[in-house]
Design a protein around this ligand. Sequence first.
Ligand code: GLU
Length: 369
Amino acid sequence: MKNNKTIVVKLGTSVLTGNGYHLDTRHMVELVRQCALMMEQGHKIILVSSGAIAAGRSQLVNHKSDLEYDKDVLAAVGQSNLIQTWQTLFNLYNIPVGQMLLTRADLEDRERYLRAKHTLNSLINHNILPIVNENDAVCIEEIKVGDNDNLSALTAILAKADELYLLTDQSGLFSCDPRKNKDAELISTVSKIDNKLKSIAGGSGSDVGTGGMATKLQAAEIATRSGVEVIIAKGREPNIITDLVNEKTVGTRFKVMDDIVEGRKQWILAGPTALGSVIVDDGAQNALLNKGSSLLAKGVLSIKGEFNSSSLIEIKNLNDKTIAKGITSYNSVELQKIKGLHSEDIKKELGFINGTTIIHRDDLVVIEN
Ligand code: GLU
């Protein structure tokens, strides 16, 4: 076992409140004790902590106001209460904490992505425990990651973590819904996240959080593809964090995928929303999926959306299914002119050349079925 792992621990609202409506500090201090013990042994820990909205609600319960509170108000009040609580508890162990509030927009822009990566890594290198949450107070739907499962996967990628623990109110992923079916069996290891598994995961689970098994599976898919092992386990189980770090068999463990992606490709996979797409012919599809090729103008049949060069776009097959994502070297107007052409004719058509490929293999990630 590695004795200096970097681990992201995602704590769902249900874990922090015990499915109640206020922060359960008795349980939080227990989680802090385990983190402190693991840090003493040389591991680096990052928390992705939910609970801001729940904390805000409990803070405001006796506050006189005729108006209903929106989630951004609850989050603004609750986030400060949440971080203050963590800070007080980690102080007991002399561990400084640093708060990072992120939105999808921070991760979509490559400069900001690299900045966030730098800050997160500086914190852990100084033995400061980062506590990450979505910046719900300023976050509108369009720029939200939306749930802390996916946010924790992105955090794990930023930190190049070894492991991500998604701690929740369930013991792991079951063969069917354990709340409805007593024959449900815990799936202890997952080597590949396929459509069958996705259909088992279904929708949101508890009443207090945002995520459910479906978002946990999305997170597991992104993280394992980037080389991070993921475990879903019950966050109120005694010694859960220390047991997981010590590799005891608990919860559902998602193994790292065979075809992991590195660096810029992780950003492609995790970060931005595609600004447009190209539809490619069968020959190009085969070359992309089976031969490790780049995308050439010759295989492009049509273009959707308006985008610049250096934008992230999707590559779709003739059935409109996304088979890859990548960073285009040509904008949508240029692509309209050069689609179907041989690479050597690009210069003749446009008067310049940005490279012989539309999307180079180094800037492209194939999407699993
Ligand atoms: N950011 C939300 C909060 O702190 C939680 C989102 C989630 O649990 O997925 O309340």
